[in-house]
Design a protein around this ligand. Structure first.
Ligand code: ZN
Length: 99
């Protein structure tokens, strides 16, 4: 029953993903740091590039735990539908690229 309910929910909730998860690995200590972008709040309008039309832009700085003070800077670009177009990282790497 529980499984069926889950299945039903899976197909009946098209809710737009409000949180875009990001997982990065620190270049300095190798720590895995998880963060998320709130696509409802964290994005600012990116109108720099008129070739691709209006999109959204987000810059986020992640820091690891107590021992390491490396700052990992993530830049994400989305199109007008909040679909990820491009991403860049400084100070670390995206973990999902390795999977
Ligand atoms: Zn670190």
């Amino acid at each position: 029953m529980g499984f069926l309910n889950k299945l039903v929910r899976l197909f009946t909730s098209p809710a737009p993903r409000k949180f875009y998860p990001i997982t990065v690995k620190c270049n300095r200590c190798g720590e895995i740091i998880e963060g998320q972008i709130n696509t409802g709040n964290d994005l600012s309008i990116d109108d720099d590039d008129d070739a691709s039309g209006v999109g959204y832009y987000c810059r986020k700085v992640l820091t690891g735990s107590r021992r390491c003070f490396q700052q990992i800077e993530v830049e994400l670009r989305f199109n007008s539908n909040r679909k990820l177009l491009d991403r860049q990282i400084v100070g670390g790497s995206f973990v999902d690229e390795q999977e």
